[in-house]
Design a protein around this ligand. Structure first.
Ligand code: SF4
Length: 257
């Protein structure tokens, strides 16, 4: 079609992939201010260092992880709008609100968990549906961060007794389900819950102090010996690096901080 036929030589087609790049991949997620003692369910699954990072949004997210998260968001949108009508033997709610207080005996504050569970049904199950790069890593047991999160859902949702984590390979093929899907189903685990609450308490306390002192950018929890993925891939946001650099006597940056 000539320019004349298409109406105008000045009008160009949209470049949709650039819009996705700008809005999904090339975007730094902002920090929504929340009280020091309020956590999202996905935050509580992490170790103290990574929980603190997320509380103050100190790190940049890997491009690949952003892609997986976006695929998950799109899938959740589909679930939200279609799943309830597809299930015949129980009532199903998607994006179920979780608003729960976790009482704390030995501090002058309590803890609060605010978020949304993917799916809850009227038979007492809560579901977390996740895309992952490779299900072989979770074939024996779920990732701890996911397990703690779903355990928190079980605690926080009345009439829910069991959680199910479903991992699906994010390759878009949707073939041979036995090789590409792993599920773990479990009841409330009090020991894990108590350990999670201990971490949250410590992080809340440090967050409160950091807010008072204006030292939010300094993570008080050092990297530990576990040598896991999250520290390996930890990249501080440029403005955090800059602040840390300014605080050093010689102005040098150290990525390990
Ligand atoms: S290695 Fe890092 S991410 Fe892993 S548990 Fe230790 S502090 Fe947390």
């Amino acid at each position: 079609m000539s320019d004349e036929e298409s109406g105008s030589s000045n009008v160009r087609p949209l470049r949709i992939h650039e819009m996705i790049e700008d809005e999904v991949i090339d975007v730094e997620y902002g920090l929504t201010p929340k009280p020091f003692n309020q956590f999202s369910p996905s935050m509580v699954g992490y170790c103290k260092r990574q929980m603190y990072n997320r509380k103050f949004n100190l790190t940049s997210m890997d491009r690949y992880v952003k892609g997986i998260l976006h695929a998950g968001t799109v899938n959740h949108f589909w679930l939200e709008h279609h799943l309830p009508e597809m299930v015949q033997d129980r009532a199903v709610e998607t994006e179920k609100r979780v608003r729960v207080e976790v009482p704390v005996d030995d501090k002058d504050f309590d803890l609060y968990v605010y978020g949304e569970a993917d799916v809850v049904d009227s038979k007492g199950f809560v579901y977390d549906h996740k895309f992952t790069a490779d299900v072989s890593y979770v074939s024996d047991e779920p990732k701890q961060k996911d397990y703690r999160k779903v355990n928190m859902y079980i605690y926080g949702l009345s009439d829910v007794h069991t959680g199910q984590l479903e991992y699906v390979t994010r390759d878009g093929k949707f073939q041979d389900a036995s090789e590409n899907v792993v599920t773990h189903t479990f009841g409330f685990d009090e020991e894990t819950f108590n350990a999670t609450v201990e971490n949250m308490k410590e992080v809340a306390e440090k967050v409160r102090i950091a807010k008072m002192q204006g030292t939010e950018h300094i993570n008080p929890f050092d990297k530990c010996e576990s040598d896991c993925f999250f520290c390996e891939k930890e990249v501080l946001r440029p403005e955090v690096k800059e602040k840390l650099g300014r605080n050093k006597p010689d102005g040098n940056l150290n990525d390990d901080e």
